[in-house]
Write a protein that binds this ligand. Structure first.
Ligand code: CA
Length: 237
C-alpha cells in the first residue's frame, strides 16, 4: 500500500469529469494532501475500503452508483467525512440529513480554493471529535440490518442486532433493561429483565469472538448497560 508520510490527509476524489478531477487533485496536492481518484460510481466502495481515505469528495451525479447511494453506503460502515459536490442546490438539505448523512457540500461550479478550504474545515472538525468514537471499527448498516466490525458482518440474531444498534448509537449512555426491551422487541411482547441479560451475554460473547474488548458492553450494577467504545491507543480513562 502507498503511504504518504508527510501529507495532511488522504482524500478520495470521486468525479467522473477527468479534467475537473485533475484540477482538484492539483490543488489538493499543492495544499499538502494526498489523493486518489475514482471516476465511476461502481468503483467507489472498493477504492474506499482499500485506500482508507481521511475524507471523501463525492460528486453527486456519476455513472454507475450515484453519490446519494454511495454516501449512504460509506456511512453504513464508516464515520469518515464526506463532502458532497452537487449542482443541485435544492437537494442540499436531504444530502446533509440523517437519511444520506453527508458532512458538508460544495455547489458546482466551485473554485478549487473553496474546495481546499472546506476540506480543511471538515477534517479539523472530524479530528476533534472524541477519539473514543473512532477507535473500534464497529459500524451499523441500517439498510442491511447488520453490524459490521472492520467491514465484516457480525453473525447476530435480530434481537442482538437491535440491542447493539441501540447501545452503539449513544456511546456511554446508560440504558435500563426496560428501555432496552422497548427497543429490541417491536411487538412490545411481555418479557422479563432476565431476557435482556441473556441477550447481552450472547452479544458480548459474539463481540469478544470478533475481537472487541470485553468491556465494550458494560454492566452498570443495579441500572443496566451501556456501550463503551475502546479508547484510542495511548488514551487513559
Ligand atoms: Ca458528475
Amino acid at each position: 500500500m502507498k503511504t504518504y508520510p508527510d501529507s495532511l490527509g488522504r482524500i478520495l476524489v470521486v468525479e467522473d469529469e477527468p479534467r475537473l478531477a485533475a484540477v482538484l487533485r492539483d490543488y489538493l496536492h499543492a495544499a499538502g494532501y494526498a489523493s486518489d481518484w475514482v471516476a465511476d460510481g461502481d468503483g467507489v466502495m472498493d477504492a474506499f475500503r482499500t485506500q482508507r481515505p481521511d475524507l471523501v469528495l463525492l460528486d453527486l451525479m456519476l455513472p454507475g452508483r450515484d453519490g446519494v447511494d454511495l454516501c449512504r453506503a460509506i456511512r453504513s460502515e464508516s464515520e469518515v467525512p464526506v463532502i458532497m459536490v452537487t449542482a443541485r442546490v435544492e437537494e442540499i438539505d436531504r444530502l446533509l440529513g440523517l437519511e444520506v448523512g453527508a458532512d458538508d457540500y460544495i455547489c458546482k461550479p466551485f473554485s478549487p480554493k473553496e474546495v481546499i478550504a472546506r476540506v480543511g474545515v471538515v477534517l479539523r472538525r472530524y479530528r476533534h471529535t472524541p477519539p473514543e468514537r473512532m477507535g473500534d471499527g464497529l459500524s451499523i448498516d441500517e439498510a442491511g440490518n447488520r453490524a459490521l466490525l472492520q467491514g465484516q458482518a457480525l453473525d447476530l440474531t435480530a434481537v442482538e442486532f437491535r440491542l447493539l444498534r441501540t447501545l452503539f448509537k449513544s456511546p456511554g449512555r446508560v440504558w435500563s433493561r426496560e428501555q432496552l426491551l422497548d427497543h429490541i422487541y417491536e411487538d412490545h411482547r411481555v418479557v422479563t429483565d432476565r431476557t435482556v441479560d441473556s441477550h447481552i451475554r450472547n452479544l458480548r460473547r459474539k463481540l469478544r469472538d470478533a475481537g472487541l474488548p470485553d468491556e465494550s458492553v458494560r454492566s452498570i450494577y443495579g441500572v443496566g448497560y451501556s456501550y463503551e467504545p475502546p479508547l484510542a491507543a495511548g488514551a487513559t480513562e
